[in-house]
Design a binder for this molecule. Structure first.
Ligand code: ES4
Ligand code: ZN
Length: 324
């Protein structure tokens, strides 16, 4: 049995995927035509050639500009439908999917348009793959904008499992959104946030997230390795770290794979995820495969990672059991 076949068959949960980051060039072109949006690139090859980034900021510029084609409920439906099909084909049984409401409401698209399209795709795919939504605040937007987003989400709060924090981390520490996370917890949402790799003040941001805001998971977060007290705390509290090797590969030559191995063997619950698969050249199985082929992760290690993905998910204990 090939390693890829083994990985695909391994039941996995995906805990860190931005639905807007699953927008493939093919769908981008189709939606641009349907909605009368003029794209700077005309062909799939040209679009792919424009995907050149070497840091978070250069990626985010491409990521946000690509979203201009997403306008109608149907567009968000198709986006999620395609992701769920791809994820299911790679052995994802359960996905907690990030979406960025402010990236759309700031363009005049209503919160309702976005979430209704996403929810319809999730409902339709239910027999093949289970999924929930996690709403992210854009950390480079204002606190007031985050407050309004929490308000706009209220009518849909039963269909949103948690809140996260993403986008440009520089000058936008976790503490900027402390009150929003408090309010989110009070409203019954689970919590996670991005602590991207090798940021200025990475360790300080992780400390804010874990010690002050007390999030349940960290997205990326591998810089905990720089502070052994943090490693011990994450281990004791069973905080999940949702790591994204191919995404890391754009800003760090070793994808943080050696650190992942170290954390895994220290008993930290790391999972492997695809982040923005349409932009980082691969879905979840491709991420597992990179670890196996380039960094000699063994089948046992991959199995442990897949188990961690369910353990650190926000499924109920009973639901987890059905997958493990
Ligand atoms: C993201 Cl890689 C990454 N980092 C921060 N925010 C994001 N949103 C989508 N992808
Ligand atoms: Zn991310």
């Amino acid at each position: 049995q090939s390693t890829l076949a083994f990985i695909k068959e391994l039941p996995k949960a995906e805990l860190h995927v931005h639905i807007e980051g699953t927008l493939e060039p093919e769908l981008k072109i189709k939606l641009a035509q349907r909605n009368g949006v003029e794209l700077p690139q005309k062909t799939i090859a040209q679009i792919k050639a424009s995907y050149q980034f070497n840091d978070l900021a250069s990626f985010l510029a491409v990521y946000y500009s690509g979203m201009s084609v997403l306008q109608k409920e149907e567009d968000f439906y198709e986006l999620a439908k395609e992701y769920l099909q791809r994820a299911s084909a790679q052995g994802v049984r359960y996905a907690e999917i990030f979406f960025d409401p402010q990236a759309h409401t700031s363009r005049g698209i209503s919160f309702e348009t976005v979430i209704k399209g996403l929810l319809r795709a999730i409902a339709e795919a239910k027999a093949e793959i289970q999924a929930d939504l996690v709403m992210c605040f854009l950390r480079d937007f204002s606190k007031e904008s985050a407050r309004q987003t929490l308000l706009a989400a209220r009518p849909f709060s039963a269909q949103i499992l948690g809140v996260g924090l993403d986008s440009d981390e520089h000058h936008n520490p976790p503490l900027k959104f402390m009150t929003h996370f408090e309010e989110a917890v009070a409203q019954g949402y689970h919590t996670t946030m991005h602590c991207d790799i090798d940021q200025i003040d990475s360790v300080a941001h992780i400390k804010q997230a874990l010690e002050v805001i007390e999030v349940e998971r960290l997205d990326h977060g591998t810089n905990i390795i720089e502070d052994l007290d943090l490693v011990a705390m994450v281990k004791a509290k069973q905080i999940g770290l949702t790591v994204c090797p191919l995404s890391n590969g754009f800003v760090c030559p070793d994808m943080k794979a050696p650190v992942m191995k170290e954390l895994l063997h220290a008993g930290v619950k790391i999972s492997v995820n695809s982040d923005d698969p349409a932009y980082f050249n691969g879905y979840i199985a491709d991420n597992y495969l990179a670890l196996a082929q380039k960094y000699n992760f063994t089948k046992d290690e991959l199995v442990q990672i897949a188990k961690n993905s369910f353990t650190t998910s926000w499924l109920t204990a009973q639901q987890k059991e059905s997958f493990l």
